[in-house]
Design a binder for this molecule. Structure first.
Ligand code: ADP
Length: 268
């Protein structure tokens, strides 16, 4: 265990991130105070990119776990594995981060079952420790350890919300899509298309976001705009790229697709 190399989780190249407001300062203050942070916002708006950027800036390794409903406490904490020499304990991502001093980023935490998330409680209060019951070890968190979770308030139903007892262990930051000008410049940077097309793509994304609650669960994200940009940059027609990246993924409804195609024709 002692030969474990936490540096493999370091981010070597600076992830491109353009601040929308004072989120860099706020996050840095929370990190320095070792406060757990919850990042809320729609999918594909830049939450993960922001955390990766901050891990790079703070020069800390980051261990990311994409949560799903099958994830168990053992998947986070660790388990005994059988090998040729008998059984051997293997730390899970949460234990690794706590033991070696990384940022542990639990992405889309509401996807995980609530009982699983109870394991993070002792790490997110004054105790900053994690009990490995099966191993009989109490891990005291490394001073550099921090827990960050992301979640998308749009998705959740009552069944899928976090418990108050979990929520109230975190400081929170609200994220949203960047403003139109910034979002267009992000798409230019990420895909290489020109500013005029990027601005029009963002305009279309806004039209989809206005349909949330009127037939759409969620509008086109910045991530999807980047996809559209990359397709256009590689020679795909604007209309095909918009359909492939911005329409097809977000709706199964033929009527809404027709409406959106009308909007694409009007914008381009
Ligand atoms: P999520 O919110 O689902 O974690 P990501 O962090 O993966 O989303 O963001 C999706 C894309 O959005 C990124 O690939 C990046 O191109 C873009 N993005 C969003 N906001 C910013 C920003 N402020 N600066 C740079 N890129 C951004």
């Amino acid at each position: 265990m002692s030969d474990f190399d936490i540096n493999q989780f370091e981010i070597k190249l600076e992830p491109f991130y353009e601040a929308q407001s004072n989120e860099v300062e706020l996050y840095t203050a929370a990190y320095n105070a070792k406060l757990p942070v919850m990042i809320k916002g729609p999918t594909g708006c830049g939450k993960s990119r922001f955390i990766e950027h901050m891990a790079y800036k703070l020069d800390k390794p980051i261990i990311t776990v994409s949560c799903n409903e099958d994830i168990t406490a053992s998947d986070l904490i660790g388990r005994f594995l059988l090998d040729a020499n008998g059984t051997r304990w293997v730390d899970g991502p949460l234990t690794l981060a706590a033991r070696h001093g990384a940022i542990c980023y639990l992405d889309e935490i509401v996807e995980a079952r609530q009982d699983t998330m109870v394991v993070i409680h002792s790490l997110t209060d004054h105790r900053r420790e994690l009990m490995l019951d099966k191993k009989g070890e109490l891990v005291k968190a490394h001073p550099d350890f921090q827990l960050v979770i992301s979640y998308n308030p749009g998705y959740q139903s009552l069944m899928r919300d976090l418990k108050q007892s979990t929520k109230q262990r975190f400081t929170g930051m609200n994220f949203d899509y960047a403003n139109a000008e910034l979002e267009a410049s992000i798409v230019v940077k990420e895909s290489g298309i020109n500013a005029d097309i990027a601005t029009k793509l963002v305009k279309f994304a806004h039209a989809t976001r206005n349909l949330v609650g009127h037939g759409l669960d969620e509008g086109a994200s910045t991530r999807l705009l980047n996809y559209a940009g990359v397709l256009i940059a590689s020679g795909v027609s604007v209309k095909d790229a918009c359909n492939m990246a911005l329409v097809c993924p977000i709706t199964d409804d033929a009527e809404i697709r027709t409406t959106m195609n009308g909007v694409i024709d009007a914008i381009f």
